[in-house]
Design a protein around this ligand. Structure first.
Ligand code: CAA
Length: 285
């Protein structure tokens, strides 16, 4: 059963990217944001990203127009009533995500709709238990920038049905064209359980005065062929999201390597969140 009517809750960096990729693949998408202004901002983000794709000849004028024609934005969660799949992509905060799942359970009328979360680290089991239909809840975790990164992590909970897993796999792989890897429902799944301690180590290196941000990043770009260094990557992910994922990992495993270093906490408190706020480890004008 293919997904033809997708809902995306949250039109930030990840939600707008997911909406764009789905619309470019012919799927009708409704993006729900908290306010009308936020919904407009989400549409602007999608339009700019599609324009970027046009400039680099990844899609034609006609394809761009058709993709935009498949996307609508709203601040009304009830608009998701008829969806056959919904992906939650709101901020990485457990209480916020739990509230979204509880509301989706009431709003989404199709009893067999897939209810997915793009969470990077929050247990899918907790989100599933906020609904009366845990067998339809699954993690479908995308990577930033969504139109560029080929990977999706599929994370079933203990109660996700086989049928839901198969449908989510077919949606991500066949419909969206992503490479799918499967992880158990533990904080951080596969990628962030490896990536976050690496980024935190770079922050500790900077914090201790061991090396400059530029030299740490250059070390990994020129020495290990990473597309960007760990501090530039933290700025891309968002320092608040990096912090939230680190906190989930630390809460789950109590390992010192997952504990957010003080510098990361101070930068988040100061609103230095990376690219999205104009300043993180680097400045973005
Ligand atoms: N939307 C659409 N396309 C984009 C884009 C975006 N936001 N950003 C870049 N692109 C495209 C560009 O159009 C360009 O395409 P062409 O080569 O066809 O022209 C291509 O990507 C490369 O972009 P740029 O030349 O502008 O810049 P770059 O070569 O420095 O690449 C990058 C930018 C793709 C972000 C690259 O640096 C990269 O891959 N970085 C690592 C990203 C990464 O690790 N992401 C995972 C983060 S972890 C995560 O998301 C999970 C989590 O839970 C925290």
């Amino acid at each position: 059963m293919t997904v033809t009517q997708l809902g995306v809750v949250g039109g930030g960096l990840m939600g707008s990217g997911i909406a764009e990729v789905a619309a470019r693949r012919g799927i009708d998408v409704v993006v729900v944001e908290a306010t009308d202004d936020a919904a407009k901002a989400a549409l602007g983000r999608i339009e700019r990203s599609i324009a970027r794709g046009l400039r680099s000849s990844k899609l034609s004028e006609a394809e761009a127009e058709a993709a935009l024609g498949r996307i609508s934005v709203t601040s009304d969660l009830e608009a998701l009533g008829d969806r056959d799949a919904v992906i939650e992509a709101v901020i990485e905060d457990e209480a916020t995500k739990l509230a979204v799942f509880a509301k989706l359970d009431h709003v989404v009328t199709r009893a067999d709709a897939l209810l997915a979360s793009n969470t990077s680290s929050i247990p899918i089991m907790k989100l599933a238990m906020a609904t009366q239909r845990p067998e339809y809840v699954i993690g479908i975790h995308f990577f930033n920038p969504v139109p560029v990164m080929p990977l999706v992590e599929l994370v079933p909970s203990l109660l996700t049905s086989e049928a839901t897993q198969e449908r989510a796999h077919a949606f991500a792989a066949d419909q969206l064209g992503k490479h799918v890897i499967k992880a158990k429902d533990r904080a951080g799944f596969i990628v962030n359980a490896l990536l976050i301690p690496y980024i935190l180590s770079a922050v500790r290196m900077l914090e201790s005065g061991f090396a400059t941000a530029e030299d740490i990043d250059t070390g990994m770009v020129d020495g290990c062929a990473h597309p960007m260094g760990p501090l530039a990557l933290a700025d891309l992910i968002g320092l608040d999201t990096t912090m939230a994922v680190a906190e989930s990992l630390y809460e789950e495993f109590k390992e010192p390597l997952f504990a957010p270093p003080p510098l990361l906490s101070r930068m988040c408190e100061a609103g230095l969140l990376g690219r999205k706020s104009g300043r993180g480890f680097y400045r973005y004008d």
